[in-house]
Every structure is written in C-alpha cells, then in structure tokens.
Design a protein around this ligand. Structure first.
Ligand code: IPE
Ligand code: IPE
Ligand code: MG
Length: 247
C-alpha cells in the first residue's frame, strides 16, 4: 500500500535574485526592484510560516555585494532597516525568532543596532526561525571557523584528533540551525554564489527563471511540492531508503 507522507522541509533557504533585471525589464531603476523584492520577502515569510516550515534562510546581502555602487548599497541598507522596524511587532506576535548569519558588524551602525534589538525582542519565538544572511560569504564563514578551531586546539580546549563534523559545524554562523533541506534560487542563474557551501552538502536544489519580485506564494508552494517528489538518498540505494521509510 502506498503510504508516503509528504514530508515538509524543515529548513528552506532562498537566494533571492533578479531584483535589478526585473526593474530594468520594465524601465525602472534597479532600486525599484529591491523595493518590490522586500514586499515579496514578507509574503514568502508569511507563507513559509503558515506551511509549518521551521527555519527559513534568506540570502539578502552577500560579502561581494559590498562592491556594488554606493547608492545601491545605501538603498539596500535603508530597505533592510525599514523592513525590520516595520515588521518587528508582527514577527514577535507571530512567534518568529529573528537570526542572522554573516558579519553584521560591517553594517552601518543604525542597521546593526536595529538587528540586535529585533533579535532580542523576538528571541524564543517558537513558530519559525527567520535567518537573514547579511554581509555573508560562505568562504569567509568557513575561514573564521577554521581560525576558531585552530585557536581552540592551541588553547588545549580540543585535541586535533577530536575535531569532527559536529565540532566544526558548531564553529559556523549556523551553529544550532539544521542544514537546509531545500535551496531555491530565482532569476534563472544556476549557481550558489558563496552561499552555505558546507551546509548545502545534501540539500535539494531548485532553480526557477522567475525574478524575485515576481516570485509569489504559488511559486513557493510549487517548489515545496517538487521537493516532496524527490528521493533523498544520501549516498545509499533506493532500496535502502525504502527500508528506512518502513521502519
Ligand atoms: C538580488 O537581486 C538582490 C541582491 C543581490 C541584493 P540583484 O540585485 O542581484 O538583481 P540582478 O541579479 O542584478 O537582476
Ligand atoms: C546572490 O546574488 C546574493 C544575494 C541574493 C544576496 P548575486 O546577484 O549577488 O549573485 P551573482 O553575482 O549573480 O553570482
Ligand atoms: Mg543578482
């Protein structure tokens, strides 16, 4: 008898790409694309939460994005602060715990302080953890983790033979957060762009041509449905996986 329960991903991560091209396509400035993109993020956060997803990571600003024109960087920072100020209360009410990964100390002081405040006021939210990747680069994160590991060996806190995947994962910004089950990238690009290189080892990847400002709740639900059709084998055979289903 067919008895497969449709499994909800516990952690979905999204590379929200295509704001600039979306805007240019309709004769608008790139910055307008970012503005509409923020509204989309809110819609997807609400949808993920309603669907019972426990962790949602949104790639909002990469380490490499600092090299964009100043005006664009400033607008992105302003939009980020505006989003957090406007949604803090809603997040608190909805039981959303706000977290970040990346080097937030690089952000402008007022943005940094807003982040710290919202993290504090939403702490303990149990419905869903919303993680924004800000000033985030995966190689940078891995290097910082290596430096921390070396230091702990040097200080005698751990023997080098005892370093294992769990120890190392706990040195990353994502400490305590399960690895993403599903990664969605919008805008037709088929790359990872320095996002969660360690954590995506066994994630399912979903690419769509849709630009982020056009990505609706329905697109999100489609991505989840596609995920539910996939068989995650983790190096095993299908038969072995079926065996584990029956247990
Ligand atoms: C994603 O959209 C938002 C950020 C990277 C901050 P882009 O700004 O990269 O838009 P495209 O890829 O240039 O269209
Ligand atoms: C990735 O998008 C980063 C974010 C979505 C924040 P980019 O637009 O920066 O990536 P590339 O440059 O196309 O790889
Ligand atoms: Mg882009």
């Amino acid at each position: 008898m067919e008895n497969k329960i449709k499994k909800m991903p516990k952690h979905v991560a999204i590379i929200m790409d295509g704001n600039g091209r979306w805007a240019l396509k309709q004769g608008l400035a790139r910055l307008e694309g970012h503005r509409v993109g923020v509204n989309r993020s809110e819609e997807i956060i609400d949808c993920a939460q309603e669907m019972g997803i426990k962790y949602l990571t949104l790639y909002a600003f990469s380490m490499e994005n600092w090299k964009r024109p100043n005006e664009e960087v400033d607008t992105l920072m302003m939009l980020l602060k505006g989003f957090l100020d406007a949604k803090e209360e809603k997040m608190r009410k909805n039981g959303i715990c706000f977290e970040t990964i990346g080097q937030i100390s690089f952000l402008p002081k007022e943005v940094y302080e807003t982040i710290v405040r919202v993290k504090k006021s939403t702490q303990g939210g149990e419905k869903m953890t919303l993680i924004l990747a800000l000033s985030y680069g995966s190689r940078d994160e891995i290097l910082r983790a290596i430096k921390q590991t070396v230091l702990e060996v040097k200080n005698g806190k751990i023997a080098h033979e005892a370093i294992d995947e769990t120890f190392f994962a706990n040195c990353l910004d994502t400490k305590g957060i399960p690895d993403p089950d599903l990664v969605i990238r919008t805008s037709g690009e088929h790359r990872i762009s320095n996002f969660l290189l360690w954590q995506l080892a066994y994630a399912e990847l979903f690419f769509t041509d849709c630009f982020w400002p056009d990505f609706t709740e329905n697109h999100f639900k489609n991505a989840i449905e596609e995920y539910q059709l996939r068989e995650r084998r983790y190096g095993l055979t299908s038969k072995q996986i079926e065996g584990t289903h029956q247990k």
